[in-house]
Design a protein around this ligand. Structure first.
Ligand code: SAH
Length: 268
C-alpha cells in the first residue's frame, strides 16, 4: 500500500528555486561519433552506424514473452502496459555485445556511464502514469530510447529529453529504425523540462535528482497531471515518488525504494 506523505503548494516549490549541483563525476570523455543528418528537432545528430540488432526473431519473441510472464505480468495490472512490454523489442535498444542479457530483468550498460532501466521497473513506472491515448507525456532521460518506445505504445504524444548528445543521437537512430519517428526527442537539461510543449499530462523522470525540480511540477497539467520521479542521493537508494497536481496543490506519494543514475546538470 502506498502512503500519502506530503501535500505542498506549487508556489512553495517554486519559491525554493533550483539548487545548483555539480555535474556527475567520473564518466570518461566519449569517443567522437561520425554523424549524418539532423533530427526533426534540429539539435540531434544521428550516427552513421548503430551498434544494434534490429531484426526480431522467434527466439527473441519467446524470450520477451518469458520475461513478461515471469517479471511483469505478476506486478503490473494494466493490460495495455503488459502488451507494450510484449511489443517493444528491448534487444534493439542494447549494444550488440549485451544481446544475451536483453531479456533478463536487469538494468544494462548502454555506454557513456548510463544504463537502460530494469524492465519490471519500466513497466511499474509506466503503469503509475495511468496514460490514456492522446495524453501528452514527457520523459526526462531518453537513454537508450526504450522507455520512450513503451510510452509511444500507449499514447501518440511522447516527448523525451536527453542531456548526453551521443545517447540522444543513438536513441533517435534506433527509434527511427523501429518506426517510432513521431516520438519527439531533444538534447537538453531535463531539470528544466521542455517548456515549449508544456503542460504535460504525465512526466516520467528516469534519472535521480536530489530534490524535486520545481519547473517539472510547474509543467504538469494542473488538472490531475501525474509525475513519477526518483529523488535521493547520488550513488545510493532513492525514493520513487508519484506526484499528482490539482491546481496549485502538489501531492506526493512514496512508492518504493529504487536505484537510478543521477540527474546531471548541463555544464554551460
Ligand atoms: N529511460 C532510459 C534510462 C536512461 S538512464 C531508457 O529507457 O533507456 C538515465 C538517462 O538520463 C541517462 O541517459 C542520462 O544521460 C540522462 N540524464 C541524466 N541527467 C539528465 C538531465 N539533466 N537531463 C536529461 N537527461 C539526463
Amino acid at each position: 500500500m502506498r502512503l500519502i506523505i506530503t501535500v505542498v503548494c506549487l508556489s512553495l516549490l517554486v519559491a525554493c528555486g533550483p539548487r545548483l549541483e555539480p555535474a556527475a563525476p567520473g564518466s570518461a570523455a566519449p569517443p567522437a561519433l561520425e554523424t549524418s543528418g539532423e533530427s526533426e528537432d534540429g539539435a540531434i545528430a544521428t550516427p552513421d552506424s548503430l551498434d544494434r540488432l534490429f531484426e526480431d526473431s522467434e527466439t527473441y519473441v519467446a524470450a520477451r514473452d518469458a520475461l513478461v510472464d515471469r517479471f511483469i505480468a505478476p506486478v503490473v495490472e494494466d493490460a495495455r502496459v503488459v502488451a507494450a512490454m510484449r511489443a517493444v523489442p528491448r534487444h534493439s535498444f542494447v549494444p550488440a555485445g549485451a544481446l544475451g542479457a536483453a531479456y533478463r530483468d536487469f538494468p544494462l550498460s548502454i555506454g557513456y556511464g548510463q544504463t537502460i532501466s530494469q524492465p519490471s521497473l519500466v513497466a511499474m513506472m509506466t503503469e503509475l502514469l495511468a496514460l490514456e491515448e492522446g495524453d501528452r507525456v514527457l520523459e526526462i532521460g531518453t537513454g537508450s530510447g526504450y522507455q520512450a518506445a513503451i510510452l509511444r505504445e500507449l499514447t501518440d504524444q511522447v516527448y523525451s529529453v536527453e542531456i548526453i548528445p551521443e545517447l540522444a543521437g543513438i536513441a533517435r537512430g534506433v527509434l527511427d529504425r523501429l518506426g517510432y519517428e513521431d516520438i519527439h526527442l531533444d538534447r537538453r537539461d531535463g531539470y528544466f523540462g521542455w517548456a515549449e510543449h508544456a503542460p504535460f499530462d504525465a512526466i516520467i523522470v528516469t534519472a535521480a535528482p536530489d530534490h524535486m525540480p520545481p519547473t517539472l511540477a510547474e509543467q504538469l497539467a494542473p488538472d490531475g497531471g501525474r509525475m513519477v520521479i526518483p529523488i535521493g542521493p547520488v550513488g545510493n537508494v532513492q525514493t520513487l515518488w508519484l506526484v499528482t497536481r490539482e491546481g496549485d496543490d502538489v501531492q506526493m506519494e512514496r512508492v518504493l525504494e529504487v536505484r537510478f543514475v543521477p540527474l546531471t546538470r548541463a555544464a554551460e
